[in-house]
Design a binder for this molecule. Structure first.
Ligand code: SIN
Length: 200
């Protein structure tokens, strides 16, 4: 079952920096767990104190968010991952313990529709803690929504932005998930379609 999550009645602007800093302030000096499930798994350009594999319950990773600023452009948006609430599912990723000041940089990186949400995460060693995750809900302007894995692959193959080609995002994510022995049929199926499209 898929449940839509709405943070506000109004649609969000394409720049969520202010909204995150206004609605989700973090105390100075606090150390916070951040759950990463997309590029935050493989592109770690921020300082952290500790990192370990983690998972969150009742969420699925999906390439349903548009990227106009990193892996696409206004004219040709790419596709990147967001989380869809789905009872019974588990999304595996990486948790980083970061100092509060790091969110200034992360809010800029994730500004294209992502809001910080409090989340319970479980660690591979059996322990659990609360932390934050960036999620792009269906009411943000950059949201593209559901499409078949083949359609998503076609769009990814045609998109490129300031951070590089969109297929690099998917390929790096798939490689990292595989290295962590994570099963993610959605990601691997898009990867397979991309390989076939590129072989044509
Ligand atoms: C994340 O990786 O946790 C958020 C989505 C992204 O930056 O790709």
């Amino acid at each position: 079952m898929i449940i839509a999550v709405n943070f506000s009645e109004q649609s969000m602007s394409l720049n969520t920096i202010e909204e995150n800093q206004r609605n989700s302030p973090i105390n100075d000096g606090e150390e916070v767990w951040l759950f990463g499930y997309g590029s935050l798994i493989y592109l770690v350009d921020f300082p952290y104190l500790e990192s370990k594999p983690a998972s969150i319950k009742n969420w699925s990773r999906r390439f349903w968010q548009g990227s106009h600023d990193h892996r696409g452009t206004e004219e040709k948006p790419g596709r990147v991952v967001t989380l869809i609430e789905q009872l019974g599912e588990v999304c595996h990723g990486v948790a980083y313990k970061v100092e509060s000041s790091v969110f200034k940089q992360l809010d800029v990186r994730e500004k294209n529709g992502y809001l910080r949400l409090n989340i319970d995460m479980s660690f591979a060693d059996g322990s659990a803690d609360q932390g934050l995750v960036y999620i792009a809900t269906s009411d943000n302007e950059a949201y593209l929504g559901e499409a078949s894995e083949y359609e998503i692959a076609k769009q990814i193959c045609n998109a490129e932005g300031p951070s590089g080609p969109n297929d690099e995002y998917l390929i790096e994510l798939a490689r990292s998930l595989r290295a962590m022995a994570v099963e993610d049929p959605h990601v691997y199926e898009i990867e397979r379609h991309i390989a076939s499209i590129k072989a044509l």
